[in-house]
Design a protein around this ligand. Structure first.
Ligand code: NAD
Length: 349
């Protein structure tokens, strides 16, 4: 395997791996390892070129630094990309070679699933590296969606308290875009807490299920953001908050599980300007990485997971409070608080 270190200012270590025999072409990036080894999933995508792959792995690994810091787990930010088409380019040889590439980091990087990479792939990589998470036996981690749903529910409670002065969710109205693995679980928690639901999904079976089980009102995916509700919860794809949607959001809170909800960074300020409280996506949806972190530490238990997830609500409350006092957007404040966690650890070291 050919190993090409790449100097990137501000990143701890970035390395490109090329293995002719298996067809592996990957970049692993550790952004910051102050809190512990870099931890974040592997994405398998047909990037247009190496620069596009490098840009993505840099952006994603830095995001993991912040997510892990505010998730309260002793891990830094890391991420990896494999360049190729996951539908046609996967092979056991490729993932064994990828395991050797991870091993090259000597424990500075732990991987897990991301788009294009599943548990079967990771099990093969784990034949050649010890630094794989998300392949735990039953009862020691596994599918993160129910945890993410619980974290969102706790996050919505915190946001409803901060923005609407609510101490419970009885009668609170929530529009959920995307009732998939997380959105359906979130619906169940909210329904149990007495909230009124509006749901939208391109999958008709899913919305019908939400209607039957939780009495949810169904709207089209194009209308979900504009529903006359207290909370808008994007739980489908990224980019839900954009120039086309922001001005018709009627909710006072945006809090959902989707990654990269802000289509452009300026949407953070735009939400504040409209008086909408935004729960930063990487904070409210951190339960999956918390599960992975506990699995790596050998500290996973259902009780520990529940306790940690419930702290997501406390973290968000602190973000909301500081943002309110300082009149600043919540995403910006969250990033700053993540940097402070890292700086404090650096000073204490
Ligand atoms: P999922 O695929 O199970 O559910 C997504 C749902 O959104 C599906 O029902 C799908 O039909 C629907 N959808 C897709 N495109 C849509 C559109 N244009 N309009 C309306 N509905 C649409 O995924 P998930 O695991 O529930 O994750 C949802 C979001 O949360 C994703 O952005 C994911 O990255 C993020 N997230 C998930 C987890 C987790 O633990 N699963 C953790 C962190 C972040």
């Amino acid at each position: 395997m050919d190993v090409f270190p790449i100097e990137v200012e501000g990143w701890r270590r970035v390395v490109r791996f090329v293995d002719e025999a298996s067809g592996l072409h990957a970049i692993i990036a550790v952004h910051d390892d102050t809190l512990g080894p870099g931890c974040g999933g592997t994405r398998f995508r047909p990037y247009a070129d190496i620069d596009a792959a490098l840009d993505d792995v840099k952006r994603l690994s830095r995001g993991m630094t912040y997510k892990n810091a505010l998730g309260g787990i002793p891990f830094g930010g890391g991420k990896a990309v494999i360049i190729g088409d996951p539908k046609t380019d996967k092979s056991p040889e490729l993932f064994r070679a990828y395991g050797r590439a991870i091993e090259h980091f000597g424990g500075m990087y732990y991987t897990a699933e991301d788009s294009g990479v599943n548990e079967t792939d990771l099990r093969i990589a784990a034949e050649t590296t010890a630094y794989v998470a998300g392949v735990a036996d039953e009862g020691k981690g596994g599918n993160p969606s129910p945890f993410t749903a619980r974290g969102c529910w706790r996050g919505i409670e915190a946001a409803a308290n901060a923005r609407l002065g609510r101490n419970d969710l009885e009668g609170l109205s929530v529009s959920i875009l995307g009732v998939g693995a997380v959105g359906m679980g979130l619906s169940q928690h909210l329904h149990g807490a007495g909230a009124k639901l509006v749901v939208a999904d391109v999958n008709e079976t899913a919305v019908e299920e939400a209607c039957d089980r939780f009495g949810a009102e169904i709207v089209s995916p194009q209308e979900a953001h504009a529903a006359d509700v207290d909370v808008y919860a994007p739980c489908a794809l990224g980019g839900a908050i954009n120039l086309d949607t922001i001005n018709s959001i009627k909710a006072k809170v945006v809090a959902g599980a989707a990654n990269n909800q802000l289509y452009t960074p300026d949407m953070d300020q735009a939400l504040l300007d409209r008086g909408i409280l935004y729960a930063p996506d990487y904070v409210i949806n951190a339960a999956g990485v918390i599960s992975v972190g506990l699995e790596i530490l050998g500290a996973w238990s259902a009780g520990e997971m529940t306790a940690r997830i419930d702290r997501i609500g406390d973290t968000l409350s602190r973000i909301f409070e500081r943002a309110q006092i300082e009149g600043r957007p919540t995403g910006e404040v969250a990033d700053e608080m993540a940097r402070e966690v890292i700086e404090d650890a650096r000073k204490a070291a």
